[in-house]
Write a protein that binds this ligand. Sequence first.
Ligand code: SF4
Ligand code: SF4
Length: 424
Amino acid sequence: MVSKTTALSGFFGSPSPYRCIRCGFCLSACPTYRLEPLEPDSPRGRLALLESLAGGTPHSPASVSHLDRCLGCRSCEASCPAGVKAALEIHAVKLQNDQDFPGRFFRRVWRLGCRTFLTDNARLFRLLKTLIFLKRTLLLETLARIPGFAAFGGREGLAALLPSAVHRPAARPLIMPALKKEVYRVAFFTGCVMEIVLRPANDAAVELLRSAGCAVILPTGQVCCGALSCHGGDTKTAAGLARRNIEAFSGAGPYDFLVCASAACTVHLREYPSLFPDDPAMRQKAELFAALVRDFSEIIYELKPNVEPVFPVPVAYHESCLLRNSAAPGAMGKLLLGLPKAEAFPAPHSGCCGSAGGYNLRHPGTALSLLDAEITALDRSGACTLVTDNPGCLLFLSHGLKRRNLSGKITVKHLAEFLKPRGV
Ligand code: SF4
Ligand code: SF4
């Protein structure tokens, strides 16, 4: 039996779930409910579970698993007329009651992995290189048979998130001038996975910003944003990383915006103030920092540089659920729809591809069902290229195409790689 939840936390400043008016508008937006229309797997059902936990009712492991299956995609929040922050409340209760939720071994290893490898890009590079080697030599398959590996999504879990190649961390210039009259001076957040796995996308984003009239500062000392630590419940490590980034960017001189080309990082950087609930001075610094954060798609859409597609069209665009439901909804879509040559349309999907910050490792069955549904619809859509704004989605969607033998038919690219300044 599960122990009692003492209080609902208001983590991330979220309001109480008691404001839920049970209208059900969120049901059709929830990917897990759409997959299996069971009330406890809906946002409304999960809020009811939280309410009874808060009231002292112990729940069975089965009811806890309904909360555990929440992807944290925030689609429910975007469709709720009462402003209920269901995803944040569920996350907060999971943090408070860590010992009651399944997957404790997974979470311990995940937190240690984030602390060890995401805080240092050189270590992350070495880890990924080793895992890619193991995958190529089929040793990963052998490891998958070891008991305990099932906690990481079994045979397919880890392999699904592995890229085919990685990029050794390399120094970048401190500042790169605008390629035309300067409109903005922006500081660029390079990230961890984004820099080691998708460095060409970071490079392309910097060049597009410069061609759009931005001088780009690349502050040294910046580290992982901390989102994956936070999703895994390690808010202490997440706060430590936030401090380091706030310091690195405050030392980079004045800038108009802090631009990030990884959607999940953009959302997390904007939520830094919530990591310092008991430290008013740090919270104030975090608020100043967060107010300047913009997603790459937002800035490019605003500046409208003269760009054209580099990859085959029609293009379907997949906005990461977190960005779509919180920070900068629609900028990527509006940008691509405004380019007639892109023949763009939104990728048909159920609200989340299933990647969700390592969710596919914990819940491979649900994640692969969501992924397969999106790939089936994509295959029928006629798209030649799939564009996304987030490294996690990009890797998982690429895996989805590969497992259905569709990689030769549809290419997956980051938004920055899909576009190039016209005439270059
Ligand atoms: S965050 Fe996503 S999966 Fe979780 S309840 Fe809301 S819509 Fe459903
Ligand atoms: S969470 Fe919001 S949309 Fe869903 S039932 Fe409650 S009030 Fe309605």
